[in-house]
Write a protein that binds this ligand. Structure first.
Ligand code: AP5
Length: 212
């Protein structure tokens, strides 16, 4: 299955992408994670991306398109993949089309802006990639990752002002992708629920018709 996950920042794309990846045994490619790792490692890519991420703006299209080309060309993606956070603009979606990639389903997770702000303020992440929420997905021991035992931290771009800017960017540049994919006929929407498990159930139901 070749899946695109759409949704506002904090809609639960990363959370659901982990569940889908496990169920269907396909890799998740999260451009945000790739860019953050590049920043942490001080690479040229990281240096180019940092100021945009800190401001809650999109990293230039040519930079992320280059990343995606590299990942989709790898063997790991030959039986399917989940794109989490790509495409995020019409030019990125057009670039994906130009690569000849045929997407089976575009799943949009819908969550209201007010809810997003509440979720982001409670998110805690781990250097290993695991993500938690102080109320909705709390680790067994406060501040400690269940998977690897490292200390959890707040993502730099989860500061309230940056979240506001990320939401504005989403509405202006990413939300038009819903109409883009609706026109192609492969857009499916799921309402994000209060409980993670309830959203997961709806996501799996929505994907069932696309199973091979
Ligand atoms: P990225 O890392 O992709 O951030 P995002 O899209 O803003 O999404 P998030 O990772 O913040 O949230 P999510 O939807 O994955 O939600 P999560 O599952 O964590 O991108 C960061 C930046 O990189 C961008 O701003 C941009 O600058 C740049 N970038 C990335 N891709 C790019 C591209 N293609 N082009 C250009 N620039 C790009 O959930 C959030 C919280 O809510 C968690 O705490 C979770 O536990 C909790 N939660 C999840 N589901 C539920 C639920 N149902 N109920 C209650 N709580 C829930």
């Amino acid at each position: 299955m070749k899946i695109i996950l759409l949704g506002a920042p904090g809609a639960g794309k990363g959370t659901q992408s982990a569940n889908i990846s496990e169920k269907y045994n396909i890799p998740a490619i999260a451009t945000g994670d790739i860019l953050r790792a590049a920043i942490k490692n001080g690479t040229e890519l990281g240096k180019a991306a940092k100021s945009y991420i800190d401001a809650g703006k999109l990293v230039p299209d040519d930079v992320v398109i280059g990343i995606i080309k590299e990942y989709l060309g790898s063997d790991a993606c030959k039986n399917g993949f989940i794109l989490d956070g790509f495409p995020r603009s019409i030019p990125q979606a057009e670039a994906l089309d130009a690569m000849g990639v045929k997407i089976d389903v575009v799943l949009s997770i819908e969550v209201a802006d007010e809810k997003i702000i509440e979720r982001m303020s409670g998110r805690r992440v781990c250097p290993c990639g695991a993500s938690y929420h102080v109320l909705y997905k709390a680790p067994a021991k406060e501040g400690v990752c269940d998977k690897c035992g490292q200390a959890l931290y707040v993502r730099a771009d989860d500061a309230a002002e940056t979240v506001k800017s990320r939401l504005e960017t989403f509405h202006a540049q990413t939300e038009p992708l819903k109409a883009f994919y609706a026109k192609k006929g492969n857009l499916v929407t799921v309402q994000g629920q209060e409980e993670v498990a309830d959203t997961t159930r709806l996501v799996f139901e929505a994907l069932r018709p696309y199973e091979a």
